[in-house]
Design a protein around this ligand. Sequence first.
Ligand code: CMP
Length: 623
Amino acid sequence: MADIDRGALLRRVDLLAGLDRVALARLAAFLEPVHVRNGERVCAQDEPGDSMFLVVQGSFAVFARRDGADVRVAQLGPGDSFGEMALLTDEPRAATVRAEGDGEVMRLERERFLRLVDGDPKVGRAISVTLAHRLQGMLRADGGVAQRAHRTPPEPVVPPARSVTRTRAVRVGALLIAGALAAVAILATTAPAERFALFVAAALLLWMTDAVPVFITALALLASWVMSGVADPAAALAGFGSSSWVFVVSVLGLAATISRSGLLLRVGIVLVKRLPADLRWQIAALLGTGILLTPLLPLQMARAALLSPLALSVAEALRLRERGPGSAAIGLAAWIGAGPMVFLFLNGSTGVLLMWALLPAESRARFDWITWLVSAAPLGALCIAGALVLLVLGTRGERATAPTAGRLDLQLAILGRPSSAELALVGIVVLTVAGWMFGEPLGLDPGIVALLGFIAAALATRFDGKALASLDWGYLVFYGAILGLVGVSHTLGIDTVMGELIGGSLARLGITGPAFVLAVAVTTGVARTFLQADQIGLLLPLALIPAAPAAGVDPWLVIIAVLAMISFWAVPAVSPEYLVVHSSSEGRLFTHAQARRLALAYAAIVLAALLLVTPYWRTLGLL
Ligand code: CMP
């Protein structure tokens, strides 16, 4: 059956007709080929359903039970799909589907199918058309369907009442306290610095509790400063006019063009395919791919979602046992590459960009993309080496079987030859990075370099208004407000006061220099067991950056120490990025227990690496 062009066939499937080649290639990572013998059942009436099927080859008959006898109601061939009804309605299978002659189907798991339906209106429409045709056919045949159509619909799934009430109580509580803080700020204070601090405290509370969308809090904060005379509109809104904001918009835009082009997917697949079947190489390749993708796709969640099916394909191609030591090492290599190494790049994730915005202006100007990379590289090298040793030891000598890389080939076949847009993007990315490296002496601002890169990429990939609208504008509004917050707090002298307060007391305790950096990392790790990364990424830098000078440490090191530990994933519930890797590999690569053991060992490596890098940072004048 190897002669079948599965790529061409997938493109012909009605259900998938609305997907572009990149979306289809991504989906192909989740399609599992199943060979079916003559007369074998693929699904049986009245049994629960956990997946749907696309017919690749052969003929399949659909039987429905009518008055105790199986009646043949339809015949399906290549390009047809079945098994979607039980997934959509949450009811048992409506019919039995049986192979007539040997055949092959591709199985798509329920969760992936539902995500596909939710993600693309065209898929929903294709399903409706198929179902409508079926209904027409059955209505003509007899009235049997009418009975089925009148069944009571399934009960909607309602989350347990207690947790809903509790979340609502937290929200209402947060809003009330924030309101009270704002009222105190307006009625009981006159000093701008005090007012500002109270408004910020109220905003932090709302950000931490997710009481309202983050951008609403951000906008309300800006309005509160202007209306209460803390800052004039120009100062409050300065973030949106800054090069830093333009930089972030452009970097996210550039990333979106790259991600939609299929370039990243192709790079990952080719890398994994070309390497020897040896586990150590594959671990290194997945880790390396993740790190290479980091500056190109600065969204940790997106990298995780991209790499984990790739890791699953690799583990399957190498015939590793599910959740065995080898599979776990492969899956966790993808995770470490996608997540915990963010600190290496200034545009490693929106979280890194946020912390960069929180730096005092002088520091921000000093740490451009290149200086950042150069200063962070030794720490990165130590963490990578440590992670590799841990992962390879973790395989406990499990060996891989020679790969049957069918799935990777299928994905490549669907992607087709590199498009001109993909090739253009390679050039644009190289030029943009070169612009960041060498642009400064020519007077080229990094924000403007990024903007030029984005403009070129948007032209090359026909990035339209709709695509632009899909950027995370809520986050970008929040980002602009945070830049304003840093500026206004500096003008009011709040950073100095905070620094003296926290930094002074730490200095009295003797926590300065490298000890301070370590303390920041440990605090981050501990906080990470009950707070999410974006919460910590705002709180800790806001509190600790002003304290850095008194501790004899450059503020940048506070950020690096936080970032090096911020992906700590020992508690899955507060690590959505890690959960994406776990769930988009269908939980088949590793268990949470395996991941937790590695998380703890990796944290120890980060702490050791932070200490070892101290002399290097001293020579750079950061300590
Ligand atoms: P499901 O109920 O999940 O499992 C059996 C599948 O058979 C069903 O989804 C449909 O995909 C398919 N099926 C049921 N009735 C018909 C029909 N009349 N014509 C074609 N396919 C059908």
